[in-house]
Structure formats: C-alpha cells, structure tokens
Design a protein around this ligand. Structure first.
Ligand SMILES: [Zn+2]
Length: 397
C-alpha cells in the first residue's frame, strides 16, 4: 500500500506526463507538411515506467525512465517529479540517479540545469553526503533563484558539522538577502566558539567571543552562563553566583542550568557568606520552593540539603506525585529528614533513567540538555519535563 504523499506524487507525475502528451498531440495535428515530431508524451516507455511505479517495482521504473531518450526542456518536468517522488519515499540513491541523469543532458536550459543541481544537492544532503552537497550549494549560493535556499542549506550543513566559523560567515551572507529563520542562532554560534576557547583555558579568546555575543543579542542567557563558568574557573564565586542569579530572574526556565553553577559557587566560597545568602534567598513561597527542588533533582543535585527542605512543597505542587507519597507515607509535610532525603534520592534515580528534557517544538526527548534540538534544529527549545509526565502544568519553557 502506497502512503498518501506517494500517491499524490504519482498523481503529479501523471499530470506532467499527460501535459507532455497533449503538447505532442497538438503539435502533431498542426501541420501535415512538417515532418512528424519526435515521439513524445505518453510513449509506451512512460506507461511502462508508471506501471512499474504503481506496482511498487521502483527499480524497474527507474531503469525505464533513465533509458528514455527524450529528456529535454519539455519532458524534464516528468523526470523532476520522479526524482522528487523517490526522495520523499526515502529512496535517495534512486533520486540521485534521476537528477544526475537530468544534469547529464546537454540540451537542457540553464534554468532546468540549475533546478537539477539544486535537487541533486538536496539528495546529497538527505543522504548525509555533506561534502558533495556543500560543493553544489556553494555554486548555487552566488545568486539566482535558489540563492537564499542554498545558503540555508549551507547553514544546516555547518551547524551539523559544528563548523561555527563557517556558520557565522554564511549567516552574514544570508542576513543580506533574507530574514534569519532563528533570530538567536548567531549568538549561539559565538557561544559555541566561546565554550571551545574556555575548554582550552583560553579565557581571552572566550571573552572576545562573548563580546560578540553581546553585540548581536543583549542579555543572552547562554553567554551569561559561560561567563559564570569562566568566573568559576578563575575562582570568582561571587561573580558566578551573581551572573546565574540574573539568568534565573530573566529566564526562569533555565533554572536547571543555572542552579548547579550557583551550588558550585556557594560551595567554592571559603567564607561561607554566599551559602548564607543562598539559603536566605530560598523564599517562603511554596511554588518557588517546589520549582527549586524540582530543578535541583533534574540537575542531579538531589543530595543538597536545600532539596530535602523544599521537597514537601514539590509534593504539594505536583498532585500525582503528592498522592503517591501520601498514600504510602502520609502527609508530605510530616515526613522526617531521612524519609525526605531517601525520596529525593529515589526521584533522582528515576529521572536519571528517563529523559529529563524535551523539545517544545518537535517533542524530541533526551537525558541531556541541548541548546539546539537534534531533532528539529530549533535553538532554545529544550525544557525540563515533569517529574511524573502526567501533569501538564509542570511542563516548562
Ligand atoms: Zn525539536
């Protein structure tokens, strides 16, 4: 049974073929003196090819279409439809053969040749042959109708290859012709380079990249978190804690990322002043305390003392979880220290075995946080999932 998009494509293919046939008939009937035009339109070969396609024999169909002699500016649309059909069915090798076959025809117009080149580049991209795709998209990116689309593909290739310098260069070219698809992408490219420099302990270069981040995006939380990491590396816990605190104030959903750094800063402060301040900041607001306990468990900090203090609030805020605990151990508020600490440890173990983050755009789930979703390429779309994934109110963005 063919999937619906395949049927639609075969329908489109059929329409293209029928148009070729009508054109052929019109020309044939126009003048008796002229020599008969070359056989075109619905030749026996077309019928055989279509019949193989409809009977799910794509290899035989491909051979018939590749053997057809009359690939020219009038029949080429049929071949494009066939290539598109194969690619959408995931049969990229066959799509590549169709599009290479079109490109090899000397009689085609420049527009059809560029169309075939773009389609072939898309095939290579789908097949993961990024070096070949890159070469073709680069040729197509200097102008013409597929200029912006080719630059977008190049951006995707460099993002997947984590070639951030190239991504920055292509982003600059693309922003000259089309609005950016993802406004924060450029800031993330500079953050990626800042991270790499920090990992090499090249703090001067890391700060230079962070300066570029600030130029393109004000109050960019990822940049602040990297600055906090540098502060921690350089034994400046107060600065790290202040930066993270500001990130949480501006972007509460990033609590799970800021909290481990705050805890590191607090523990790294020899005088203990930061720790005292941190504990006085754990406000008597049950919802905020629940958020804090939840974020800490997601971040793997369930053994911290403040988590056991805030756990009863989390159990009250998450009704499903609270009901389970209540039925087993009574009122969450009456749990002893030892019970709370065991419960926090258990929740941490459960979360570590499951996916703790999910993309709000495509649903891709993962145990780790990603700034760019591996499923749909969205930046900033990962959010922690609920402890028990049955309470929609606990989904965060
Ligand atoms: Zn996604």
């Amino acid at each position: 049974m063919l999937a619906e998009p395949s049927l639609l494509l075969i329908g489109a293919l059929f329409v293209a073929v029928a148009a070729g046939w009508l054109l052929g008939r019109f020309r044939t009937g126009r003048s008796a003196e002229l020599p008969p035009p070359p056989a075109r339109g619905l030749s026996e070969e077309y019928f055989r090819g279509l019949s193989f396609l409809l009977n799910e024999e794509p290899d035989k169909a491909l051979e018939v279409f590749l053997r057809m002699a009359d690939v020219d500016n009038e029949t080429v649309e049929t071949h494009f439809a066939l290539g598109s059909l194969y690619r959408r069915r995931g049969e990229v090798e066959r799509a590549i053969r169709v599009h290479e076959n079109i490109m090899a025809r000397p009689s085609l117009s420049d527009e059809h040749r560029l169309h075939a080149m773009f389609a072939l580049a898309e095939d290579y991209f789908r097949a993961g042959l990024f070096d070949r795709a890159e070469r073709l998209f680069e040729q197509l990116s200097d102008g013409g109708a597929r200029h912006a689309a080719s630059l977008r593909y190049l951006l995707r290739i460099y993002e997947q290859q984590r070639d951030w310098d190239q991504a920055i260069a292509v982003h600059a070219r693309l922003s000259g012709v089309a609005p950016p698809e993802q406004p924060t992408a450029l800031a993330h490219y500079h953050c990626e380079l800042a991270e790499l420099a920090r990992q090499r302990a090249d703090f001067v270069l890391a700060r230079e990249h962070l300066r570029r981040v600030r130029e393109v995006q004000r109050n960019f939380p990822r940049g602040a978190l990297i600055r906090a990491d540098i502060a921690l590396d350089m034994n400046e816990p107060e600065l790290a804690a202040t930066l993270c605190q500001r990130v949480v104030e501006l972007h509460p959903r990033l609590l799970t990322l800021a909290l481990p750094r705050i805890v590191r800063a607090v523990h790294g402060d020899a005088a203990g002043e930061l720790e005292r301040r941190f504990h006085t900041r754990i406000r008597p607001d049950p919802a905020a305390r629940a958020e804090l306990a939840y974020a800490a468990i997601v971040a793997g900090l369930e053994h911290e003392r403040f988590v056991t203090e805030c756990l009863p609030d989390l159990l009250r805020e998450d009704p499903s979880l609270g009901d389970i605990v209540r039925s087993l151990a009574g009122d969450p508020g009456q749990l002893g220290d030892e019970q709370r600490s065991q419960l926090a440890a258990t929740l941490g173990r459960i979360l570590r075995r499951t996916q703790r983050y999910r993309c709000v755009d495509c649903g891709f789930a993962s145990a780790a946080h990603f700034w760019q979703c591996p499923g749909c390429r969205s930046w900033d779309a990962f959010a922690p999932v609920a402890l028990l994934d049955v309470t929609p109110g606990m989904h965060r963005r």
